[in-house]
Every structure is written in structure tokens, then in C-alpha cells.
Design a protein around this ligand. Structure first.
Ligand code: PGA
Length: 265
């Protein structure tokens, strides 16, 4: 894993934006995996700000979101479709016909949504860059602890902890869904490149288990240790429980040295 520890959440958003721009520069029609939640918001604001600068466009990009609640209509403000429109899609030049979430329309059998989503991702050539946040409990997408590390897109029952972490977004607690469709862990692992963003002290323990703990379904994000192209972008607070902190700083110094040596070549 490539672990980068940055001063604060702004610096994490800036680094995430740079990484994503780099992918689109190389492949303007890239397929992006996107996340919702608090963490990627600052990066989305930056992407909106730079969108349509010369040479940077989402015109040919396809996106697949990690998850969507079951039981909310797409125009419900708490749906992840509504979140994505509000926080990103409505403000960039993407063709919204190429933006996908594992949505479960009322007439659809929820059991069909996962396999159809998997087929759609495959038909678009697979995900080039997957953006991830992380839950306090180490979940990625809504793959809660004990999710199969080989899981595919499917229905998932949210933990009480996740429901509690997200209840701030629901005025009426009775309207908060307890089920979601989420990309599986194997689906996420199929992405060619992964960028995990984490900010804030409340993520520190999950981050430590992800990077330094054993690979275990008890911390679903720990499976990322088995992926060959993962960039973890952390602020100081989210990095505060890491035990090999000196080593990550040392690596960062070496990278700067290498960049300096190759500059101008
Ligand atoms: P957050 O959620 O960005 O709102 O903290 C992340 C997650 O639960 O995956």
C-alpha cells in the first residue's frame, strides 16, 4: 500500500483530486468507482472547481457508485443518487446517462440488482479507479464486518453502528433504511487502482487495522493489503494510531528524493 499522511483534510482532498486528474489525463474515458459520505465531499468540490479547465473534462467518463439504499426513490434527498447529483454530477460536464448506482427500482426484485450491476460494470470495461471512504468499523461500501472477502454486489443489512453513524442525515428515524445494495469486496478488488481517503480521529483505529492489522473479514478494508495498486490518503488525525509512522515518513522522504533526482530527465 502506498500510504500518504497529509497535514489536514484539505490536503487529502487536494491529493485525491490530483490522483484522479492524473487517471483522467491518461484515460479521458476512464471508468470511476465513486463513494458517498462526508469524506469525499471536499474532493468533489475541488473537482467541480477544476472541471472544464482546458484538458480536464468528465464528458467521456463513466461512474459506478459503491452503494445505494433500498427503499428510497432516486429523488429522495437522502438517496445516494440525490447526493451524487447535488455534490458532483449536476456541476460537472458528465453525461448523467453514464452514471450508475446499484439502484433498486420499486418494480425490480432486489435480488436481481447485484448481478445486473456486476454485468454492467463488466460491459463498461471494469473500474479504472475506485474511490473509497472507510467506516468506523472498517467497512468499505456497505460491506460490514464479517462480509465475505469474495462477495459480489448484493443486498446487505447495515450494522446498528452504521445506522447510528448515518442517522444525522435522516430527520425521521423511521425513514432511515436498514438495507442497501453494495458492491461486494471482490467487486471493489477488481478495480485496477484504488484510492482510500480517511480523515478525522474517529477513523484512526479502522485505518490502523486496515494498513497494519491482519487481513480479516472483521475489518473488510484490510483486504486492500492484497491489492497491488492502493493509495491511502490520510490526514494526521486518521493516521494517529499507526505504529509504523516513522517508516511512512521515511518512504515519503525517499520519494521526494527520487522525484528530485529524476526532475528534468
Ligand atoms: P464517511 O463515511 O465518509 O461519512 O465517514 C465513510 C463510510 O462509512 O464508508
Amino acid at each position: 500500500m502506498d500510504v500518504t499522511i497529509l497535514k489536514d483534510s484539505d490536503a487529502v482532498a487536494a491529493a485525491g483530486t490530483d490522483l484522479l486528474r492524473g487517471v483522467l489525463r491518461q484515460k479521458p474515458n476512464a471508468v470511476l468507482g465513486l463513494a458517498t459520505g462526508r469524506t469525499p465531499l471536499a474532493m468533489y468540490q475541488r473537482l467541480i472547481a477544476v472541471c472544464c479547465d482546458e484538458g480536464f473534462s468528465f464528458r467521456d467518463v463513466t461512474t459506478f457508485n459503491l452503494d445505494e439504499y433500498i427503499g428510497l426513490s432516486p429523488d429522495d434527498p437522502q438517496s445516494y443518487r440525490a447526493y451524487m447529483k447535488r455534490e458532483l454530477f449536476d456541476h460537472i460536464d458528465i453525461d448523467q446517462g453514464n452514471t450508475f448506482l446499484p439502484e433498486c427500482a420499486t418494480e425490480t426484485d432486489p435480488l436481481d440488482v447485484g448481478p445486473a450491476y456486476e454485468a454492467l460494470i463488466r460491459s463498461r470495461g471494469g473500474i479504472d479507479l475506485q474511490v473509497l471512504g472507510i467506516g468506523h468499523n472498517g467497512h468499505i461500501g456497505f460491506n460490514e464486518p464479517t462480509s465475505s472477502l469474495k462477495s459480489r454486489t448484493r443486498i446487505k443489512t447495515l450494522t446498528r453502528e452504521t445506522i447510528s453513524a448515518n442517522k444525522q442525515y435522516f430527520k425521521d428515524p423511521a425513514a432511515q433504511p436498514q438495507l442497501a445494495v453494495t458492491m461486494g469486496i471482490a467487486t471493489i478488488m477488481d478495480a485496477r487502482r484504488i484510492m482510500l481517503l480517511a480523515t478525522g480521529k474517529e477513523k484512526a483505529e479502522a485505518v490502523r487495522q486496515t494498513i497494519e492489522g491482519p487481513v480479516s473479514a472483521m475489518c473488510p478494508a484490510s483486504i486492500l493489503q492484497m491489492h497491488e495498486a492502493v493509495s491511502v490518503l490520510l490526514d494526521e488525525a486518521a493516521a494517529s494510531a499507526l505504529t509504523l509512522r516513522d517508516y511512512y515518513d521515511w518512504i515519503a522522504e525517499q520519494k521526494l528524493r527520487i522525484a528530485g533526482n529524476t526532475e528534468g530527465r
